[in-house]
Design a protein around this ligand. Structure first.
Ligand SMILES: [Zn+2]
Ligand SMILES: [Zn+2]
Length: 259
C-alpha cells in the first residue's frame, strides 16, 4: 500500500526548465510539443500559464496553434509551409511534453526575415476550432489567379499596376523574368502600349514578395470597397477555386485531449 501523496495547492511559476531539452520556458513562449504519434509533426502552442498541480507536477496552460491541415478547411494553395493559425483551443499539458522552443512571427515580420530557420513560423489568422472560421475572414489577393499571398512562392511585380504575379500564371519562367529590366503585366502593356525601349536600369523585382508595398497587406483589414479582397472562409461554396477539401476525419480536439 502506497502512502497517499499530499495534495498541494497549485502554484504559479514564471518559468520552468524542461530537463529533456535543457531549455527554460516562460509565459508567452511558443513551444513545440511532442505529438501522440511519432510520425506526426510536433504540435505548436503558446504558453499562457505555468503552474504546479496538486501533485507538484508542472503543467502548462496552452493555446494551440493549428497547422492548415488540422483546420476544418484543410491546407490550401496559399498556405505557407510554416503557416499556423492561432486557435481558441485551450489545453493543459505536462510541461515535459515540450520538445523545443519556436518563434511564431506576425506575417509582416515573417516576410521580412532574411533567412527562415526551422524554429520560425508565422500566423496571420485567428482560427475558431469549432466553426472553422478565420479572423480576419478576408485577405488581399494577387495575380491573375486572385490568390492570397503564399510567402513560399516567388512572385514578380508589375511596375505599372503594382500587382504581383506568379511566373506560371503569366506563362513565364523565373529565368526569363530575371533577364527583364522591368516587368509590365499583360493588362498594363495592352492598355497603355508601354514603350519597352524606355526601360531603365532598375532590376526587375523577382523575389519573394518583400513588402515595400505594405499598403497591400493593410488592405486585408480594410473595408474599402475598391480593395481587391475575397472571402476565403470554407463555407463560401460559390467560389470553387477556394473550396477546400473537407476532411471528415479531422478530430484534433479529441486527439489532443487524449494525450
Ligand atoms: Zn497566380
Ligand atoms: Zn500591371
Amino acid at each position: 500500500m502506497g502512502m497517499a501523496r499530499p495534495r498541494l495547492p497549485p502554484k504559479s511559476l514564471d518559468s520552468y526548465t524542461v530537463k529533456s531539452i535543457n531549455k527554460t520556458i516562460t509565459v508567452g513562449d511558443c513551444v513545440l510539443m511532442r505529438p501522440a504519434e511519432n510520425s506526426k509533426l510536433p504540435y505548436v502552442a503558446k504558453i499562457e500559464k505555468i503552474e504546479t498541480d496538486t501533485r507538484n507536477q508542472v503543467k502548462v496552460h496552452v493555446r494551440w496553434y493549428y497547422r492548415p491541415e488540422e483546420s476544418i478547411g484543410g491546407r490550401r494553395p496559399f498556405h505557407g509551409s510554416k503557416e499556423l493559425f492561432l486557435s481558441d483551443h485551450l489545453d493543459i499539458q505536462s510541461a515535459d511534453t515540450i520538445e523545443g522552443i519556436c518563434v511564431v512571427h506576425s506575417f509582416k515580420s515573417y516576410i521580412k526575415l532574411d533567412a527562415i530557420g526551422t524554429e520560425d513560423y508565422f500566423s496571420r489568422f485567428e482560427y475558431n476550432s469549432i466553426t472553422g472560421a478565420f479572423n480576419p475572414d478576408r485577405v488581399a489577393v494577387f495575380c491573375k489567379c486572385e490568390m492570397p499571398y503564399n510567402p513560399d512562392d516567388l512572385m514578380v511585380q508589375c511596375e505599372d499596376c503594382e500587382d504581383w504575379f506568379h511566373p506560371d500564371c503569366i506563362q513565364m519562367k523565373v529565368e526569363e523574368l530575371k533577364m527583364l529590366d522591368r516587368f509590365i503585366c499583360h493588362v498594363c502593356s495592352d492598355e497603355k502600349k508601354v514603350n519597352h525601349a524606355t526601360s531603365t536600369d532598375a532590376d526587375t523585382k523577382v523575389h519573394p514578395f518583400l513588402c515595400s508595398d505594405e499598403k497591400k497587406i493593410n488592405h486585408a483589414a480594410s473595408t474599402s470597397p475598391d480593395t481587391k479582397v475575397h472571402p476565403f472562409i470554407c463555407s463560401d461554396e460559390k467560389k470553387p477555386i477556394r473550396a477546400a477539401p473537407r476532411k471528415a476525419d479531422t478530430k484534433v480536439d479529441t486527439k489532443r485531449r487524449r494525450r
